[in-house]
Design a protein around this ligand. Structure first.
Ligand code: PLP
Length: 417
């Protein structure tokens, strides 16, 4: 907080990793050996038998569902509060996404809502460890086992989180993760699936190997963007350039960061063919992944320390609700979300105090027009979509930053009444 301004996020990507990517992108060496090494390290970190690099988490889910033989007439239960690209994969296989509500304050899949959504056609459930918070997996697994339902964990926001001392991703039949630049660990772009099921892993790998390599040009662009994010969130640069732009944009009713880096709504029927064509990773991604996985415990540790301080410091602020965590969940605080009836006003008041926030990119998919055919009533997801605000919780925050955020949030809430 050297210059009194706190960015909404700061990448885990370092200049050393930018150089590493450049080195691997510039050479013509083989890709497979280092990819296999990264997959080995990753599966040993998670504790699973297999790990396969895939180009995106959504395509990983698509391939897992396909490998499990899920298709026409089948139903897959997903939490209503999620990233729209997740349920979007399901109709592409001829199956139906069925939306179940999330907990009112945990924001992750509510086991009772999951159970109520089960029909004779239910084949799989996707417990999404949203914001870094593991779901109530004891309840979800026991319901799934009773109904013979496959459990595919969405770990896109929770790489490294634990539940009852077991890593997320090792609590169901299969899991997927994602490593974009804004995640807690990055491989520039790309993702991973893990499973203990030999046949499922083999099918996913066969599909991936049928495609081409991710273009180097795309990865070079990602590396440059990652480095630009690193520079832009340096305290002095951020204070002098980005924060004033965000404040100005806000005055004009815009959010320049969201517009540049936000997730565009994509026509979901275009996605799998797009990913299939360039499905195989490059050595540069694996090299960055290996460097990042070595730092993951320390990066997550910093998030956890910041998150716990925010939990404690904001527990009794009038008008504000902090998250709750299922019993046994050990979150990694990928995001720290607060609930406020006037969340946009709160965001404005915080920005005036030097703290940038975001509303994130989750939606209530049960009422999202994209899924009109599968609409359901999920009041907690609707409430979260309308009222959650993400406070900064990234590893580059100092103790002073966190203390300032707590004080700024308290004052802003008192001011809003
Ligand atoms: C909860 C969740 N699931 C899935 C995804 C999809 O990841 P990808 O963009 O790699 O497909 C995301 C994206 O960040 C996400 O936040």
């Amino acid at each position: 907080m050297a210059f009194g301004k706190i960015p909404r996020f700061s990448p885990s990507f370092s200049p050393r990793e930018a150089l590493l990517s450049a080195r691997y992108l510039l050479r013509d060496g083989p890709d497979d050996e280092i990819i296999a090494k990264f997959e080995r390290e990753f599966r040993s970190y998670i504790g699973s038998t297999h790990a396969v690099m895939v180009p995106s988490a959504r395509y990983g889910l698509y391939l897992l569902l396909q490998a499990m033989g899920i298709g026409a007439q089948d139903e897959v239960i997903v939490p209503a509060l999620t990233y729209f690209a997740v349920p979007a994969m399901i109709p592409l296989l001829g199956a139906r996404p069925v939306f179940a509500d999330v907990g009112a304050t945990s924001h992750v899949l509510d086991p009772a809502a999951f159970e109520a959504a089960i029909t004779d056609h239910t084949r799989a459930v996707v417990p999404t460890h949203l914001f870094g918070t593991p779901c109530d997996m004891d309840a979800i697994r026991s319901i799934a086992a009773r109904h013979d339902i496959q459990v595919i964990e969405d770990c896109a926001q929770s790489t490294g989180a634990r539940y009852r001392n077991i890593r997320a991703g090792n609590l169901g039949d299969a899991a997927y993760y994602t490593f974009g630049l804004t995640k807690n660990m990055t491989t520039l772009s790309g993702a991973m699936i893990t499973t203990d099921d030999d046949a499922v892993a083999k099918k996913v790998r066969t599909s991936i190997q049928a495609g081409g390599r991710t273009p180097k040009q795309k990865l070079a662009k990602e590396a440059a963007t990652g480095f630009a994010m690193y520079v832009a969130t340096h305290p002095l640069v951020y204070w002098a350039t980005v924060h004033p732009a965000v404040v100005l944009g806000n005055k004009m009713g815009q959010d320049p960061i969201h517009e540049r880096f936000g997730e565009a709504e994509v026509r979901y029927d275009h996605l799998p063919p797009h990913y299939a064509a360039t499905s195989q990773a490059r050595a540069a991604q694996a090299a960055v992944g290996l460097a990042q996985i070595n730092r993951l415990e320390s990066l997550n540790g910093a998030r956890i320390r910041n998150g716990r301080k925010l939990d404690a410091g904001l527990a009794h602020v009038p008008g504000l609700t902090v998250p709750t965590y299922p019993d046994g969940a050990e979150p990694i605080y990928m995001s720290f979300v607060v609930h406020h009836a006037r969340r946009d006003a709160l965001a404005g008041a915080l920005r005036q105090r030097g703290v940038d926030t975001t509303v994130g990119y989750m939606s209530d998919c049960s009422s999202n027009p994209l899924f009109a055919e599968f609409a359901a009533t999920c009041p907690n997801a609707a409430d979260a979509f309308a009222h959650l605000l993400h406070l900064p919780v990234h590893p580059n925050l100092s103790d002073k930053d966190v203390a300032h955020m707590i004080e700024a949030t308290r004052q802003s809430c008192l001011e809003l009444g």
